[in-house]
Ligand binder design. Structure first.
Ligand SMILES: C[S@@+](CC[C@H](N)C(=O)[O-])C[C@H]1O[C@@H](n2cnc3c(N)ncnc32)[C@H](O)[C@@H]1O
Length: 218
C-alpha cells in the first residue's frame, strides 16, 4: 500500500460504514446517476474483450456493469480498503471475481506499476485530488482508447457543499479535502494529453464526459 496523508485520511471518509451503505444501495437500485450516464455513453462502444482501469471505483459499479456486458477484465485502484473489500465481495457475488485485480493506495503513486487499459474511468474522483493536472496526466497516460470521468459543476450549491465539507474535515483533524477544480481546466488538461470529447452530460451537481484518444494525424 502506498498513501499520502491526504489519501490515508480518505479511509476515514470512505469507511466500512459508507461502503456497506453504498453497496446496499447499488444492490437495491443499481448505479447512481453519474455512473449511469457514463455507462450510457459507453454502451455505444464495443467493449467485448476490452480492459478497464477504474480509478477510485468505490464499490465497483462500473466494473460490475461492464464485466456483465462483456468486458474481459478490470483493474480497480482505490485509496479506501473498505471500498475495495465491498467491490471484491460484489464481484464474487456477481461471478466475475477472478477477472478483477485490486490495488490499494494513491493512484498517482501506484500508476507506474499498473497496466494500461482500453478504458480508464474516474467517476467522482478528481474532486478528491489536490493536484488535478498531475492526476489527469498520469491517468490519461494509462488509457489506450477511451477515458471517462465525472467531476462537480462549479455552481453555488457545490461551492457551498464543498466549503462545508472541508470545514468539517478540518474540525475533525482530517487531512482529507475536497477540491472544486475549474471544469474548463479539467477539459483542457484531458485534451492536452491527446483526447477528444465525444459525449457529455450533466446531473444537478456533476459533469459527466467521455473522451476518445485522438488518432495520430488528426
Ligand atoms: C466519491 S468516491 C466515488 C466512488 C465511485 N467512483 C462512485 O462514483 O460511486 C471517491 C473514491 O475515490 C477514491 N480515491 C480518492 N482519491 C484517490 C486516489 N488518489 N487514488 C485512488 N483512489 C482514490 C476514494 O477512496 C473513493 O473510493
Amino acid at each position: 500500500m502506498t498513501c499520502c496523508g491526504h489519501c490515508a485520511d480518505a479511509e476515514d471518509l470512505f469507511s466500512q460504514r459508507a461502503a456497506r451503505r453504498d453497496l446496499r444501495r447499488y444492490r437495491r437500485k443499481g448505479p447512481i446517476a453519474t455512473t449511469r450516464l457514463l455507462l450510457d455513453f459507453l454502451s455505444g462502444h464495443d467493449l467485448h474483450g476490452r480492459t478497464l482501469l477504474d480509478i477510485g471505483g468505490g464499490i465497483g459499479a462500473i466494473q460490475h456493469e461492464l464485466l456483465q456486458a462483456g468486458l474481459s477484465s478490470a483493474t480497480h485502484v482505490d485509496a479506501s480498503t473498505a471500498y475495495l473489500d465491498a467491490s471484491r465481495r460484489e464481484a464474487v457475488r456477481q461471478g466475475h471475481g477472478d477477472r478483477v485485480e485490486y490495488h490499494h493506495g494513491d493512484f498517482v503513486e501506484l500508476s507506474e506499476a499498473l497496466p494500461e487499459a482500453d478504458l480508464v474511468t474516474l467517476d467522482r474522483v478528481v474532486c478528491c485530488y489536490p493536484d488535478m493536472p498531475r492526476l489527469i496526466e498520469v491517468s490519461t497516460s494509462r488509457a489506450r482508447h477511451l477515458y471517462g470521468l465525472s467531476y462537480p459543476r462549479a455552481r453555488w450549491g457545490t461551492k457551498t457543499a464543498f466549503a462545508m465539507a472541508n470545514l468539517f474535515f478540518r474540525l475533525r483533524g482530517s487531512a482529507f479535502r475536497t477540491y472544486l477544480h475549474r471544469p474548463e481546466a479539467i477539459g483542457e488538461e484531458v485534451t492536452r494529453h491527446g483526447f477528444s470529447r465525444i459525449a457529455e452530460g450533466r446531473t444537478f451537481l456533476w459533469h459527466v464526459v467521455l473522451y476518445r484518444r485522438t488518432p495520430a494525424g488528426d
